[in-house]
Design a protein around this ligand. Structure first.
Ligand code: NAD
Length: 252
């Protein structure tokens, strides 16, 4: 897989899976825009580990539609174009329905959908505008196994990722005539800071045993699937959702 001279925007790339995705593209020749929301230092750290370049850094709250538009414009200004968009930024906030207040329930739903689903939808729209003009592009959305398996402690998270899957499929249909190919990657648990407390806690062993491999995914394994979907030769996979869950949840 080569991405020589491709311009790639990875949202939420200051740490975790996003950082691994940025590295995956950079080491295969791409110029990467590292997006972050807050904590520029972490984004600078990502930038520092990227080979090649020149790469750039962009800031935005993806839950803010105006900020998303400015983010994409900044990428096009900085890198000259946008060939690949990876919607990776996302939040997981617990709101078990039997325990939270109605106010809290509404707040978590709104925040989760605004970030995970509307943020990705808006970034896709803004990037697609440029890709259509350029004659093509790729959009890869980082979804979750939770879309299929259910998220009892965070129903909005599961719904946001199921929405992201459906959005990917609809965009694949709508944008194929413009040479834009769209896919999603649905990881199970991944070793990132965000879930370290669960993997290191009392339920860690049970989580690892969900897979016959007895472990969870690494960020690089997710990044590899993202790169595959964005690669030349993978065009006919458009509309697909790749599971990266070590056979911990099978569907057909
Ligand atoms: P993470 O928390 O390390 O990274 C998420 C990134 O998104 C962070 O950099 C954060 O700043 C950014 N972000 C969150 N809200 C934002 C906002 N409003 N505006 C801009 N940026 C925002 O998490 P991660 O584990 O690396 O997860 C990355 C993606 O993978 C997420 O979409 C997550 O849902 C998905 N995922 C993760 C796992 C896992 O086990 N870690 C499993 C399945 C799916």
């Amino acid at each position: 897989m080569h991405f020589n001279d491709k311009a790639v925007l990875v949202t939420g790339a200051s740490r975790g899976i996003g950082r691994a995705i940025a590295r995956q593209f950079a080491k295969r020749g791409a110029r990467v825009a590292v997006h972050y929301r807050e904590g520029r230092d972490a984004a600078e750290e990502t930038l520092a580990v990227l080979p090649g370049g020149p790469h750039s850094i962009v800031q935005a709250d993806v839950a803010d539609a105006g900020a998303v538009e400015r983010m994409v414009e900044a990428v096009v200004t900085g890198l000259g174009r946008i060939d690949i968009l990876v919607n990776n930024a996302g939040i997981y906030e617990a709101h078990p329905p039997a325990d939270v207040s109605y106010d809290d329930w509404q707040r978590r739903w709104r925040r989760t959908l605004d970030t995970n689903l509307l943020g990705a939808a808006n970034a896709a729209w803004c990037a697609a505008r440029h890709m259509i003009r350029q004659g093509g592009g790729r959009i890869v959305n980082v979804s979750s196994r939770g879309a299929f398996r259910g998220e009892p402690d965070a129903p909005a998270y599961g719904a946001s990722k199921a929405g992201m899957n459906a959005m990917s499929q609809s965009l694949a249909l709508a944008l194929a005539p413009h040479g834009i190919f769209v896919g999603a990657v649905a990881p199970g648990f991944v070793t990132t800071d965000r879930v370290a407390w669960r993997l290191d806690g009392p339920e860690g062993e049970d989580i690892r045993r969900q897979s016959p491999l007895g472990r969870v995914a690494t960020p690089d394994e997710v990044a590899y699937a993202v790169a595959f979907l964005a690669s030349e030769g993978a065009e006919f996979t458009t509309g697909t959702i790749i599971d990266v869950n070590g056979a911990s949840y099978l569907r057909s």
